[in-house]
Design a protein around this ligand. Sequence first.
Ligand code: FES
Length: 79
Amino acid sequence: MARLIKLEALSPHKIEPGSFPADKPIFICTCGLSNKMPFCDGTHKAAREHEKPGELCIYAKDGKTVLERRPDTHPPEAR
Ligand code: FES
């Protein structure tokens, strides 16, 4: 499973100290599909639902619609 993400941001997302409650867990997006970067917004569920091993998915801007599927010619190295 893999996905192609086009990133256009040219600056970091600033998180101010105290801008979120410290008594709750914070989930940082690692799938690249969140619309509320750097935080997870649950969009990763689309990846779980749509992606298959050995496949590279290209998503629409909504992060949920698969526009194209390609063979993943650069699979991750053994971990
Ligand atoms: S990990 Fe990316 S939206 Fe949840």
